[in-house]
Design a protein around this ligand. Structure first.
Ligand SMILES: *Cc1c(COP(=O)(O)O)cnc(C)c1O
Length: 403
């Protein structure tokens, strides 16, 4: 067993907030991010899931005869909840074996004239195969929604993710890079679709000051505790309690409420995000350099498979996604590493059909490759607070398990 690290490392590299970020300022978050990423105007919503819900509602109104959304079987449970809340039917697509992308044959089998949208997912900051989704979408007349919740700042051929499809969204939730505790950004290439998305939000999203006050407090707590000495309290101790109870779903925070709150994001949180966004490009560059160094080290460990950018892609690196040869060895590695404070974790615990609490929402479909991915994957946090010695300790633990 690794000795417990004194200061807890986070499982994902968030951009730490500074006290000066919390001062009042101009609420220019969406415009500032659009300028950083060279995108058309972005629409700020109260979460990535809320952004998705608004996108789905809008597309449904444009194609009311279509009611199905095709989603990767290994993704965030919130995606399934948003599809349900939009009054649409979820259709799962299995993964390619040993990969996070949707399987091309399974995708074609899942899509027909009932398909409203196909959702490729830029998982773990990696740039997904949107082209294949676009090809299938064109054949059946569906839309493509890019789930870029984990990939703010990722590009393909110099263009931000989210712009190849019809709609895209980013998450600004705690632990996803740039955070205002909860928030989401919608993007769309087509100006008339952007106008429709804005109309849907104006109609659907109420002000609800109670929610915004709650988020103020949560953002202050996040700003205070997302640092080496605060993370044990805010993250590590609850994680270890959940693991002791044998509840991995709670350990990674996959246990979401089944109703998505909708409310407007207030000026103060927008100003906080705008202050922090100035540091985002340098932060992402630093994470990328660190990830590349660490990937080369991980490639030397026989039995570890890493995911890197392919040609033309420049993803983001909130954490490193790894596959081990089988569930036994993945679990053996996690038994040592997960509770020990090094920021090692899992992405999603299950393939979507295997979350008991989603049984009423997710069809009981056989998705063997998604199940295999859930069983063999683990993540290494890529926080700048993780030193070379920390990283070597994690590598040594992986080597011991894989020997
Ligand atoms: C987090 C996440 C979402 C939802 O974003 P929130 O801002 O947390 O609502 C959607 N999809 C994926 C892949 C995610 O990781």
């Amino acid at each position: 067993m690794l000795p417990r690290r004194h200061h807890e490392l986070p499982p994902t590299a968030g951009l730490p907030l500074r006290p000066s970020d919390l001062l009042p300022g101009a609420p220019t978050l969406a415009a500032d991010i659009a300028a950083l990423l060279d995108t058309p105007p972005l629409q700020l919503e109260c979460s990535g899931t809320a952004a998705l819900l608004i996108a789905l509602t809008t597309l449904r109104e444009m194609q009311p005869q279509r009611g199905r959304v095709v989603v990767s079987a290994f993704t965030c449970p919130l995606v399934a909840i948003a599809v349900q809340q939009a009054g649409l039917e979820l259709q799962l697509c299995d993964l390619r074996h040993g990969h996070y992308d949707m399987d091309p044959a399974a995708l074609r089998a899942a899509c027909d004239e009932r398909t409203l949208a196909i959702m490729p997912t830029h998982l773990a900051g990696r740039v997904a195969d949107v082209d294949d989704a676009l090809a299938v979408a064109r054949q059946v007349g569906a839309y493509v929604i890019e789930d870029a919740a984990q990939a703010l700042g990722a590009r393909r051929d110099g263009v931000s993710v989210g712009l190849a499809g019809d709609v895209g969204f980013f998450s600004l939730a705690a632990g996803k890079g740039l955070s205002i505790y909860e928030g989401g950004l919608l993007l769309a290439r087509d100006p008339s679709l952007r106008e429709r998305l804005a109309h849907t939000a104006a109609r659907l999203v109420p002000r609800r000051p109670g929610w915004e006050w709650k988020r103020h407090i949560e953002l202050l707590g996040y700003a205070a505790l997302y640092r080496p000495w605060g993370l044990r309290l805010a993250y590590g101790n609850p994680l270890r309690r959940a693991l002791r109870r044998g509840d991995p779903v709670a350990a990674v925070g996959d246990d979401f409420p089944l109703t998505i709150p909708l409310h407007r994001v207030g000026r103060w949180r927008q100003a906080v995000g705008a202050h922090a966004a100035v540091r985002l490009p340098a932060f992402l560059d630093r994470l990328s350099a660190q990830a590349q160094r660490r990937l080369s080290r991980l490639r030397q460990i026989g039995g570890v498979e890493v995911f890197d950018d392919d040609d033309g892609a420049r993803g983001t690196w909130p954490f490193l996604l790894l596959l081990l040869p089988d569930r036994q060895r993945r679990d053996a590695a996690l038994a040592q590493l997960w509770p020990s404070g090094y920021g090692v974790s899992r992405l999603f615990i299950h393939a979507l059909p295997d979350y008991a609490y989603l049984a009423g929402i997710v069809p009981a479909q056989d998705v063997p490759h998604a199940r295999d991915f859930a069983a063999r994957s683990l993540t290494l946090g890529n926080s700048p607070w993780m030193t070379e010695a920390d990283f070597e300790a994690v590598c040594a633990a992986l080597e011991a398990v894989l020997r």
